[in-house]
Design a protein. Structure first.
Length: 133
């Protein structure tokens, strides 16, 4: 009966296999030790708001701010990777449509002061474009 004796691999093949296996094990080890980095992002949304009855522009604006405030808070609460929120509020009145304001705020500023008036850019021409004057 013949005994099976393993043959010696050529040096180049042995080196290649060692590098391949070692590299695979190394990548497994580092991914287990250091998980992949999470990427923060900006949550962008648009809110459309229609005038109710004989609502004044100021009343519609306050209602829009309350809705934008709730939307911003909901965005931060629902996803820890959201670093900033950008909400555009668009008003509608008798078929006219115009942007009223845009709320742009990062998580730290919102945590410190969750006030949409503080972080919003208002478009004053919207009052005229929406037919309130």
């Amino acid at each position: 009966m013949k005994k099976f004796l393993p043959r010696r691999l050529p040096a180049s093949l042995a080196l290649g296999l060692t590098a391949l296996l070692g590299g695979s094990l190394l990548s497994l080890g580092t991914s287990a030790i250091a998980p992949t980095a999470a990427h923060a992002y900006i949550a962008r949304s648009e809110i459309s708001l229609t005038r109710q009855g004989t609502e004044t522009y100021t009343a519609m604006l306050r209602r829009a701010e309350a809705i934008a405030r709730a939307a911003a808070q909901r965005s931060f609460d629902s996803d820890v990777l959201v670093s900033s929120v950008s909400i555009t509020v668009v008003g509608q009145n008798s078929g006219a449509i115009a942007p009223v304001f845009r709320l742009d705020v990062n998580r730290n500023n919102w945590r410190r002061q969750p006030d949409p008036q503080q972080w919003s850019t208002y478009f004053p021409i919207s009052k005229l474009l929406l037919g309130f004057e």
